[in-house]
Design a protein around this ligand. Sequence first.
Ligand SMILES: *[C@@H]1O[C@H](CO)[C@@H](O)[C@H](O)[C@H]1NC(C)=O
Ligand SMILES: *[C@@H]1O[C@H](CO)[C@@H](O)[C@H](O)[C@H]1NC(C)=O
Length: 149
Amino acid sequence: MSIFVLCFLLIFSTSLFVSGQNQSAYEVLQKNNLPGGILPHGVVKYDLNKKTGFFKVYFNSTCSFPIDSYKVKYQSTISGYLRTGRVRQLQGVSVKVLFFWVHISEVYRDGDDIDLSVGVASEEFSVRNFENSPRCGCGFDCYRAVSSF
Ligand SMILES: *[C@@H]1O[C@H](CO)[C@@H](O)[C@H](O)[C@H]1NC(C)=O
Ligand SMILES: *[C@@H]1O[C@H](CO)[C@@H](O)[C@H](O)[C@H]1NC(C)=O
């Protein structure tokens, strides 16, 4: 093998490695102009197809917590298609509206707002709400409780 080929392989494999997997799911969201806090704490791993944007995010268990007056539930595996500022065909996240669990199908950024869409309706929240990832159970309010630490 010539030195040239060897160098090429080395550079190629290095760049593959660097551009590869070592970002957290939260960082991937931020790179796509979405706040990391739309995912709760506790991501175990994720898969992302960089071509199609199809992703799967794995948690150890289901996770639910309040957002304002709503209750939101994440299944232990969620999936969807990631684009800049938008997640489409989201699977595995639902919100309780009155007595019913409704599937959140889309999340998108609208300026300083994050819209959570359930198909026929959507609800806007300030991006600032999602600066920190919520924790299962107490959600975003845990931070107020522990912020003195
Ligand atoms: C890459 O990810 C692995 C597993 O999450 C971690 O152990 C390692 O420290 C990371 N490396 C860098 C350079 O971030
Ligand atoms: C998920 O569960 C495994 C095995 O019980 C544990 O080692 C790991 O720390 C857990 N990960 C998270 C993010 O809770």
